[in-house]
Each structure stands twice: as C-alpha cells, then as structure tokens.
Design a protein around this ligand. Structure first.
Ligand code: HEC
Length: 204
C-alpha cells in the first residue's frame, strides 16, 4: 500500500512539478536562433504530413499554362516574397524565422528541384490554404480566393521548369505589383471575370 502511495505521489505531483521547473528555470529554447527541442521536427512533421495526406485535393481547377503562371507570379510577389524571397534574391528575414521560411526559388537536392517543385501540388495548396501552425506560415483562406491559391501553388509546382519571361520578371520583383483592390486588380491578375481582389497588403 505504502509503495502504491509513493508511486502515485511521484506520478501525480513530482513529474508535473519537474516539467514545470524545467519550463520555468531550465532555459528551454524560445528564441528563433535556439537549437530545436529533441524530436521537435518529428513531432511537428508526422501529424502535418498525415493530415495533408488525408485532406489534400489532387485535381487542380487551373491549368498549368502561361496565364496561370503570370497570375501566380503577381500573387507570389505581393503575398509571399517578403518571407520566401524573390527569384534570385533571398528574403531579408525569412532565414531568421523559426522554422525558417523555405526559399522557394532556390535549387536544392540534386539540383533539379527548385523550392517545393518536388512536393505534390495538392500538398502545397493545402499549406497555402491552411497555413502551418507554430510556424510563421499564414493560412491564406479568406485572403486569397481558391483560384488564386491554386495559381500560386501551380506556379511553385513548376518552379524547376522554364517559366514565361513575364512571370520571371514579376518574380524578380522587377515589374510593379498589380494594384491591390477591386476588379481592376483582378483583371491585372488575369483572374476569371467576377473575381475581386480583397487583400489589404501594400502595393510596391
Ligand atoms: C510571414 C511569413 C510568410 C509568408 C508571408 C508566407 N509564408 Fe510560406 N512559410 C513560412 C514559413 C516560416 C514556413 C516554414 C514552415 C515549416 O517549416 O513548418 C513556410 C512554409 C511554406 C511552404 C512549405 C515549404 C516546405 O518546405 O515544405 C510553402 C509551399 C509556402 N510556405 C508557400 C507560401 C506561399 C505560396 C505564400 C504566399 C501566398 C507564403 N508561403 C507566404 C512563412 C511565410
């Protein structure tokens, strides 16, 4: 009986108390530049991958053509480049975030992958729509229309392929970003009739 009580005391009081002491006095990593917790990446990645596999839509409602890439490039320059960098120019603070904002126009792997061009399109769309919790990646549902989120996702899925020069120019931040409000902006983004752009970002 005595042993059982000691066991319960340890389980109910000592374990949570030790955990609390660690959080308060153990200086666990809280700064962006700190090293990760043991198993942190594993604990974050496994449920994210499982959720995306379960929910991702695999049939995109947009074509992979020039109009899509140009529209996607406008959206990218306006909404994403600040963290993920322009084509040929890294973000000033994206690599100082924790986790870092993946550079989406840099070659990696064996050199034939650019950004997330090796990820399934539906996975990228899911991330753009829903964001990634406990990271700086925002969910764009309600900010961009589904068509716009597909356009930018389709662009990223083709980042390792030759893109139309107009799209590359926009991705380099060389062309002025389209206006930010209303039907004129939707026309500039080459969206189908009836779309309005309702983002409140600032034009470059
Ligand atoms: C405020 C900064 C910020 C903005 C703006 C932002 N992102 Fe992200 N994004 C992040 C961060 C940080 C991550 C890394 C998340 C992680 O590793 O879990 C990320 C991750 C991603 C990923 C997954 C990358 C990978 O390696 O699997 C994609 C795809 C992505 N973002 C696309 C976009 C698109 C498209 C936009 C614009 C519509 C955008 N992001 C806007 C910060 C941002």
């Amino acid at each position: 009986m005595g042993r059982v009580l000691v066991g319960m005391l340890i389980g109910i009081v000592l374990v949570p108390a030790t955990a609390l002491m660690y959080l308060k006095y153990g200086r666990p990593p809280v700064a962006a530049a700190d090293a990760p917790f043991p198993l942190e990446k594993f604990v974050a990645d496994v449920p994210l991958k499982a959720r995306i596999e379960f929910e991702q839509v695999t049939k995109p409602p947009v074509k992979s053509d020039e109009d899509t890439f140009v529209a996607g490039a406008h959206i990218y320059a306006q909404e994403c480049a600040v963290c993920h960098g322009y084509h040929g120019q890294a973000s000033r603070f994206g690599m100082k975030m924790y986790p870092t904002a993946t550079p989406l126009w840099e070659k990696h792997g064996k050199g034939d992958v650019v950004g997330v061009s090796d990820d399934p399109l539906g996975e990228t769309y899911w991330k753009v729509e829903n964001g990634i919790r406990l990271s700086g990646m925002p969910g764009f549902k309600g900010i961009l229309t589904p068509a716009q989120m597909w356009q930018v996702s389709m662009l990223l899925a083709n980042a390792n392929k030759p893109l139309p020069p107009e799209a590359v120019q926009i991705l380099r931040g060389e062309a002025p970003a389209a206006g930010v409000q209303g039907e004129a902006a939707a026309a500039a983004l080459k969206l189908p009739a009836g779309y309005k752009v309702e983002v409140s970002g600032s034009a470059k």
